[in-house]
Structures are given as structure tokens and as C-alpha cells.
Design a protein around this ligand. Sequence first.
Ligand code: SF4
Length: 359
Amino acid sequence: MKMLDARACLEEEIVGICLENGIKKYRANQVFGWVQQKAAHDWEEMKNVGKDDREKLSSVLFIQPLEMVKEESSQDGTLKFLFRLADGESIETVLMNYENYTTRDRHTICVSTQVGCPVGCSFCATGMEGFKRNLTTGEITGQVLEIVHLIRQRDPDFGVTNIVFMGMGEPFLNYDAVMKAITLLNNEKGQNIGMRRMTISTSGVVPKIIKLAEDNPQVGLAVSLHSARDKVRDSLVPMNRKFPLEKLMEACKLYSSKTGRRVTFEVALQNNNTHQEEAQAIVKLLKGMLAHVNLIPVNPVSESIHRPARDKIIMFKKILEAAKISVSVREEKGIDIDAACGQLRQRLECERYESVNQS
Ligand code: SF4
């Protein structure tokens, strides 16, 4: 019989497994709490679950902790973790600003959803590496559980308040696994993270934006815009060739009308795009929409990509403000450790934690 991943099982699925194995239903509640709330690594930890029941359950359910290979700490308090998966692949996960906050403050984790990424954005280190595979639900929740397990050894009151699906991969190309992970992370007997405190970031997978609005209107949406002109965006975010701006905006408007929530649009500012024409194109695209624009001045990553001059960033922001578009400029976090999934992308995406979750 195929073993199931306990970290990917809903409580009702564990109830079914218990009943099939002659185990009382209330055990499912205990086991779910051990797995999803206490982030148990082993059946032996479940002291209030009888030995017989633990043995029966461990023959049908497995707990596979992610192996933490590396932890890096940034001067700004960001912690980056490299996890090795059971098949030897590795992923990165980031805990934002942990060391600068008290236990009662916001603790946001940026989670990966794929090993590599098939989208291939031109500025993204993850995309350049190509696509290996989707993560399972257990590997997605596992990133959060591993960090909880680890940090609680230092700080027993630690809890996660926000999740952003902005690490390696395009979350909407692994939709079902991500949605199930959201359900698990939201469970009040697990990490109890509010739906409105979880945000999915997409390169613009239009059908799944529409599906998210139908399936789970409380989950936040962020879009990697980067340019408001198809020609430019085609070259930066190849998903635009499949779902151009017109289709993307239709989907975002539908999301906003169904959910009542604004969409966050991320725009990486670099020397090549920080000019009036681009700002005016964004104004034209977003005028009248429930939207927030997060401008992210990049740090230099190559000879051709530079951080724009400060007066250019201010000029860009003022054009948006004059058109009454909500806008913020974010300083990058975790730069000294390349926080998030890979070089530039990480530097860009980590910024989103804060901006998206403030909306
Ligand atoms: S930016 Fe996101 S969608 Fe684009 S290649 Fe990188 S991981 Fe994939």
C-alpha cells in the first residue's frame, strides 16, 4: 500500500485513515496537531498517542522532514534556509526580518512552490536554471513547518503570521498543491494563518487568477508586472506572450471585483525602464483599478542592469501619485545573503513580503 505524506493530509483525511485502521477518531485530531501545529519530526514525539496507534499510523503515513542544509542570516534580520528534498533536489525558503522583531510581531515566510521554474523570466536566476519538478503539498507546508520547528527551539513563542508564495517557481503552475497547502496552513489546529495573510505571486497565469477568485477569494494576489507595455513585458516575463496585458488586466479586474481586494503590481526599477514613458504606461494600464504598485529599485546584477538614480525613482513615483495610484518604493531586504530563491529574483521578491502583506 502506498504511504501518504502526513504533512499533506487534511484532518478529515487522517480521520479516514484512523477509522480504516481501527483507531479511534479523536486520535486524528491529536495527530493533525502534532504534525501541523507542533511541526513534529517523528512519531515518537507524539507522547499522548498510544504506542500501538503510532505504530499502525506510521505504517500508512510518513513524516519526511526537509533536511536543512544551510541557514544564512542577513544584517537586516532576514533568515534564508536551503532545504534538501528527499530526491536530493534543493529549494530555498526565507523568513523575513525575524531578528528585528519580537515574538508578537509579523513573521512572514516566503515559500517555494517548484524546483526551478518553467517560465524563464529574463531577470530571474531560478528561471535561468530551468524547471525540474513541482513541489508536493507536503514539501510546501514542510518549508513552514521546518522553520517553525527550528525557530521554536530558540524562541518557544514563535509563530508564523504571513505566507507569501513568492519563492522558487510559479505557484499557479502548481495550483492544486498550493491550494491544499493554503488550506492546511490556515487550519486553526495547525499554523492557523489567516487566508487574508497569505498571498500568491504570479507572472500572470490568467486562468488561475480567475480560478483563485472563485476558489478562495480571501487569498491575496500579487502580479510581477515589470512593464505596462506588451513589447517590453514579452521580453522580461515570457508568460506575457501567452497572456498579454489586456487578458491579464481583465483577470485582475475580475479578481478585484469578486474579492473586493486590490492587486499588488510589482515593478522592478532598473536603469533601462525608469523613465517617464514607462510610468505613464503604468498609469494608463492601472487607472481606476483597485491596485497598489510596489516599485523595487534593483541592485546591480550585471553590466547592463543597474539601480536607477534616486531622482529618477522619485520622478517615477510622482507620476503614479499624480494619477492617484497607490504606490510605494521598497528597499531591498536580505541583499547581503541574496535572500529568497535566487540572486536577482530573490532580491526582488523578498521585497514583496512586506508590501503585499501591508495591503
Ligand atoms: S520570476 Fe518567478 S515566474 Fe519568473 S522565472 Fe523566476 S520564479 Fe519563474
